[in-house]
Design a binder for this molecule. Structure first.
Ligand SMILES: [Zn+2]
Length: 428
């Protein structure tokens, strides 16, 4: 692998500089660097960020390769500017043993597009009854540090307590899908004015908030760290803010779609808008944006949830929940957070790379863009404007809520340890 000179890039949105990559690392950052022996990429004031890190990705392999595979999912990640993703455990079989997490980890290595860090299930079969082999998954080649039953809530308080106690031994974290199951039986969308009008089963905010409140108190009680998946309500923000002010070791994520879309869209009955947790109200969206800006919500995570056509192109009630998100995440964040003045690019790097890598204890990612660091980088053309065209997705699935919608920004290049995985917006 040779040298690559990225010329005139705004590092974290600052003044244009040159960045020289030599092999797998950043050799130099400065002005007027020599291009001798290097392939030159004219960045022309594009934004250079550390490679993005997703803490919440569904890669579907093993078991649902018709939706996505580790290979297609990591290609989609690279196109979106990601250099590392955490693969959720709700596969078939469930990633609840050392064997399954090692399989996913190995498939990630083979893909070459993006580092894949498996997430282990908290409970056997995601059934919430018995703790999975957390220690064995941590001790495996996959070195699992994040555990989640995502898609299902660890609703038994004793099981949740034990999981928090267990992962403490190796500095792991439990990522909770906060959904009180009894309060969400038959839920189809956010419980509120729109659900009442449409006559669809409501998913009340309190179903999320009550679990978050319980879990931050449990984390405090056992002195462990807990992470809240896809926060979606204004009330959840208040609880996390309170917990942090109290010194509880809690982190939280928000998805791009919860920063942009509202439950008004359900009036279309288009199942592309069916997601868990559901799209909420305008007031919730604004509270989530503010919380991401002020750091109450630590990170953006995609909850990339690919589904084949037949699972989404049906009546609302029968449709699967979830949206793809890897390839549009950064554009939605530019639209909702940067173009609105809520975050600058350095803060985007913090919320989409530095902090997710820190929560996952992922070495080598979320690092500064400076000499001696691994060359995991993403170059963004923030001036770009264009309509989202799912036909061009690298993901195997097309269930995006943004089809035809104009969104700003485009990842033009992604580098994984010095190797270009995306060049001029296309897979290398
Ligand atoms: Zn998920």
């Amino acid at each position: 692998m040779g040298k690559i000179l990225i010329r005139g890039a705004k590092v974290l949105g600052g003044e244009p500089q040159d960045v020289l990559i030599d092999g797998e690392t950043i050799a130099e950052v400065g002005n007027g660097l020599s291009a001798e022996g290097a392939e030159v990429i004219e960045a022309d004031g594009k934004i250079l960020l550390p490679g993005l890190v997703d803490l919440h990705t569904h890669l579907r392999e093993p078991g649902r390769e018709d939706s996505e595979t580790v290979l297609t999912g990591t290609k989609a990640a690279a196109v979106g500017g990601f250099t590392a993703v955490h693969a959720m455990a709700n596969t078939f079989p469930v990633a609840d043993t050392a064997g399954v997490v090692e399989q996913v980890w190995r498939l990630g290595k083979e893909s070459g597009y993006c580092d894949v860090q498996p997430i282990g299930a908290v409970t056997v079969g995601l059934e919430g009854k018995k703790l999975a082999e957390l220690g064995a998954m941590h001790d495996s080649a996959a070195n699992v540090r994040v555990f989640s039953d995502d898609g299902k809530c660890v609703d038994d308080a004793v099981i949740m307590r034990r999981a928090l106690e267990y992962v403490k031994a190796f500095d792991g974290v439990v990522a909770q899908h906060a959904q009180e199951p009894r309060l969400t039986e038959g839920a189809q969308m956010n419980e509120g004015v729109v659900s009442a009008e449409l006559g669809l089963g409501g998913w009340p905010a309190v179903a999320e908030e009550s679990i978050i409140a319980r879990d931050v108190l449990l984390a405090e009680h056992v002195g462990s760290r807990v992470h809240i998946c896809h926060l979606s309500t204004a009330g959840s923000v208040e609880i996390v803010r309170w917990a942090k002010s109290r010194g509880i070791d809690v982190t939280a994520e928000v998805t791009p779609h919860h920063l942009l879309l509202t439950d008004e869209l359900v009036r279309t009955y288009n199942p592309v808008y069916k997601v868990n947790p559901p799209l909420r109200t305008e007031r919730d969206v604004m509270a989530l944006r503010e919380a991401l800006a002020d750091g109450t919500i630590d990170i953006v995570a995609t909850d990339h949830a690919p589904h084949p056509h037949e699972d989404k192109d049906c009546e609302w009630g029968a449709a699967a929940m979830g949206m793809v998100g890897l390839e549009t995440a950064l554009s939605v964040i530019q639209h909702t957070m940067v173009d609105t003045g809520l975050l600058d690019w350095a803060q985007v790097a913090d919320r989409m790379s530095v902090r997710p890598a820190a929560i996952g204890r992922l070495a080598g990612h979320g690092r500064p863009v400076s000499a001696g660091e691994p060359a995991n980088l993403t170059l963004v053309d923030s001036a770009y404007r264009g309509a989202v065209d799912p036909a061009g997705f690298a993901s195997r699935s097309r269930n995006t809520p943004y089809e035809g919608r104009e969104l700003p920004g485009r990842v033009t290049h992604t580098f994984l340890r010095g190797r270009a995985t995306v060049v001029d917006g296309k897979l290398a």
